[in-house]
Design a protein around this ligand. Structure first.
Ligand code: NAI
Length: 256
């Protein structure tokens, strides 16, 4: 039986991913602020350590880690919280379970990037660079100087860059751990319900372009994550896969 660790498992894409992996016969250890096997706050160093310790107490081998826990850059959200949960919280879980992933003898990590990286102009490049450099204090300080809406894509860019840079290295690909990322577009979850209700940003949810004429469903993102974790994706390493109903292709038809 394969064991998977999914954060953000109480809601949206994380819940759909946990359900899909369980349906396929896997064991899922969910991590979230509530309603999870491991209840932990991934925004803080203490919470991340507690999460990793508790997961390690439950299993010796982990076949996949999917850090879905995330915070949207909505009006009134602390931009520093977006940095800490989306980037540092996600990678703390992945890094903290490296030994268990290596012990599985073939494992996968799927990071949650976003097509906001390519589809939303003007985001905070300095925050992305500081995330990738691993400097949480500096990234939080830089984030606080801007707006949460421009910090969110920065955290997602840094995750995609990390998947590409580190995913091909000796620690990950070399240890039989395939690291990839998905870049979803607008997916109908509690997160985007809150986007629709946002007094300033809600208008963007209503005018969001897709080739298929509708937002995505969390199950559609989960299906892609399930593929990337499966043996069928054995050649897919360090990739960032758009799962967005065509939005990125509509905006950038000539980008490879
Ligand atoms: P959601 O808001 O429905 O679920 C997020 C989950 O993360 C919640 O259960 C929440 O409790 C948990 N969480 C938040 N802060 C946490 C913390 N400090 N510690 C532990 N858990 C925490 O969000 P959704 O839509 O399912 O998003 C999942 C991931 O997919 C996020 O990383 C998001 O940025 C990403 N994504 C979502 C898109 C969308 O349109 N919904 C598009 C692109 C990416």
């Amino acid at each position: 039986k394969r064991t998977y660790v999914v954060s953000g498992s109480a809601s949206g894409i994380g819940a759909a991913t946990a359900a899909l992996l369980r349906d396929r016969g896997g064991r899922v250890i969910g991590v979230d602020l509530r309603d999870a096997d491991v209840v932990a706050d991934l925004s803080s160093a203490e919470g991340r350590t507690a999460a990793v310790v508790e997961v390690r107490a439950l299993t010796d081998a982990v076949h996949g880690v999917v850090p879905c826990a995330g915070v949207a850059g909505l009006t009134g959200v602390d931009p520093a919280l977006v940095v800490s949960v989306n980037y540092f919280g996600a990678l703390a879980l992945v890094r903290g379970l490296h030994a268990e992933l290596a012990a599985a003898g073939g494992a996968g990590v799927v990071l949650l990037a976003s097509n906001s990286v390519t589809c939303q102009p003007g985001w905070a490049g300095d925050v992305a660079d500081l995330c990738l450099a691993g400097d949480e204090d500096a990234a939080r300080a830089a984030a606080t100087a801007t707006e949460a809406v421009q910090v969110y894509p920065a955290t997602k860019a840094a995750l995609a860059w990390w998947a590409r840079r580190e995913g091909v290295g000796a620690d990950w690909a070399g240890a039989g751990i395939r690291v990839n990322a998905v870049a979803p577009g607008l997916i109908a979850t509690p997160m985007t319900d809150r986007l629709r209700a946002d007094p300033e940003l809600g208008v963007f949810a209503d005018s969001y372009p897709t080739a298929i004429g509708r937002p995505g469903r969390p199950e559609e993102v989960a299906a892609t994550i399930g593929f990337l974790l499966s043996d069928a994706a054995s050649l897919v390493v360090g990739s960032v896969l758009y799962v967005d109903g065509g939005t990125d292709a509509m905006l950038h038809p000539r980008v490879p």
